[in-house]
Design a protein around this ligand. Structure first.
Ligand SMILES: Cc1ncc(COP(=O)(O)O)c(C=O)c1O
Length: 362
């Protein structure tokens, strides 16, 4: 069967060479005579796989040595709880700042509140239906906060920070699930970053946490599986890690490096998203609900002039091999996710289809 152009917000498109290599190595990996799925996580070939994956991530993201890289389970959603659990010393006496820019930051904020800490909203753009990112000047930051939490790219609403918030000595924590590896990030500006893998990193099942080492070990009363320090001290091998997902992560990282790394990815992403936004802005039929300075390069939401045509658009797009374009159920309309592995030809095909659809239905 032909492959389609998959605009899913996540799990999202993976690079074809990665899938082909995984297929070729599925039954017998290297000279091991077994699948990676069947391998002990402490075996020599597997240790080589996980060590290389971490090294590639460190190289691609330019992660300084004083940061630990953890490969965990539980998705980005578990990080909504692990972040406050690990970074606070005495929740009842402390305060944390959350910048709310969409559904995922709302969820992160909600989970932090359960830790019985004072959770301040440093800014929210809910009033404008999350159509933009607040500016630095709009952030009312508490200099005494234990940390400041942001969502660097809002997968559902299609907005993205084009600056790194300045938080002084307060550690900045970022959910980078949907724009990790899409652009360079200055790791040293953050205390902690986390991402579920299923967009730019690989399949679901592995979650990457990058944490400054001095933030580890603040609490000694946590369940072991929820304690960053335990995972850091054990090289992400405290228990059985998600072995196959980490293997695919390694392949995706190698592919990203072969493409020229994060700088090359950014240039390609600027081009890809730029041409889709331009096509939408130049048309009277399509509209983009997000403000220009806040637009995401990864997730491009748009609406049709007549919402009754939505189902026709989706059906015809599918016929043309362009799939998973429906907007999130809480927003409606369309959303095209243009992760790193979406080839430029996929974006061109979508733009061509949209123009044709407008001619026939506009
Ligand atoms: C920005 C962001 N944060 C968190 C999540 C939740 O991730 P997970 O399903 O890995 O828990 C998602 C999922 O799409 C997301 O896009």
């Amino acid at each position: 069967m032909e492959r389609v152009y998959n605009f899913s917000a996540g799990p999202g498109v993976l690079p074809l060479p990665v899938l082909e290599q995984a297929r070729d190595e599925m039954v017998a990996y290297g000279d091991s005579g077994m699948s990676v799925m069947e391998m002990s996580h402490r075996s020599k070939p597997y240790m080589a796989i996980i060590t290389k994956a971490e090294a590639l991530l460190r190289e691609l993201m330019n992660i300084p040595d004083n940061y630990a890289v953890l490969l965990l389970q539980g998705g980005a959603s578990l990080q909504f709880s692990m972040v406050p659990m690990n970074l606070l010393t005495d929740p009842t006496q402390q305060s944390v700042d959350y910048v709310i820019t969409g559904s995922w930051s709302e969820k992160a904020h909600g989970e932090a509140k359960k830790q019985r800490v004072e959770v301040r909203v440093a800014a929210t753009t809910k009033g404008v239906n999350y159509s933009r990112i607040p500016t630095q000047a709009e952030l009312t930051l508490n200099p005494e906060a234990a940390y400041v939490h942001i969502t660097s790219n809002n997968t559902i609403f299609g907005t993205e920070y084009d600056y790194t918030p300045e938080t002084g000595t307060v550690p900045l924590v970022a959910d980078i699930s949907s724009n990790v590896l899409s652009r360079p990030m200055k790791i040293a500006r953050y205390g902690l970053l986390y991402a579920g893998a299923q967009k730019n990193l690989g399949p679901s099942g592995v979650t990457v946490v990058i944490v400054r080492r001095d933030l580890l070990g603040r609490r000694t009363d946590l369940p072991q599986m929820l304690d960053y320090k335990i995972h850091a001290d054990n090289g992400s091998m405290f228990n059985t890690p998600p072995t196959y997902a980490i293997y695919i992560l390694g392949l995706v990282l190698q592919w990203t490096k072969d493409q020229g790394g994060v700088v090359a990815m950014e240039q390609r992403n600027i081009r890809k998203a730029g041409k889709l936004y331009t096509a939408i802005d130049q048309s009277a039929f399509y509209q983009c609900p997000t403000e220009k300075g806040s637009r995401s390069r990864m997730n491009v939401p748009f609406t049709l002039a007549n919402a009754e045509l939505d189902s026709v658009f989706l059906a015809e797009a599918k016929q043309a091999g362009l799939v998973t374009l429906a907007g999130h159920r809480s927003v409606g309309g369309m959303r095209a996710s243009l992760y790193n592995a979406m080839p430029e030809e996929g974006v061109d095909a979508l733009i061509g289809f949209m123009a044709d659809f407008e001619r026939r239905h506009g």
